[in-house]
Design a protein around this ligand. Sequence first.
Ligand SMILES: [Zn+2]
Length: 103
Amino acid sequence: MNLYPDTLDGHAQMDAGLAAASCSRCGEARLIRDTISTAFWGRDGLVVIENIPALVCAGCGEEHIADDTAVALDHMRGGGFDLERATRFLEVPVFRFAGTRPE
Ligand SMILES: [Zn+2]
């Protein structure tokens, strides 16, 4: 997930900057408005934030978010996460790293 420096905040500004924008990773000009999810390790373990506005590269899939969106995510993170306010809970599979040599 990369910051999207050419836009100010949210989807409206992303739309305004869409024509001039290109992917910061591959240079592709087609960036698709979408919502994405991300995960943070917090004090109480892993938390997921979903429904984040983003521009996703049609070429390589790189996710770009606006500066204001990044700041808002930092605020959510800095405030900690009150589990009683969670939208929902996920159960996820966990694996142990298998090592670098196949057996
Ligand atoms: Zn790309």
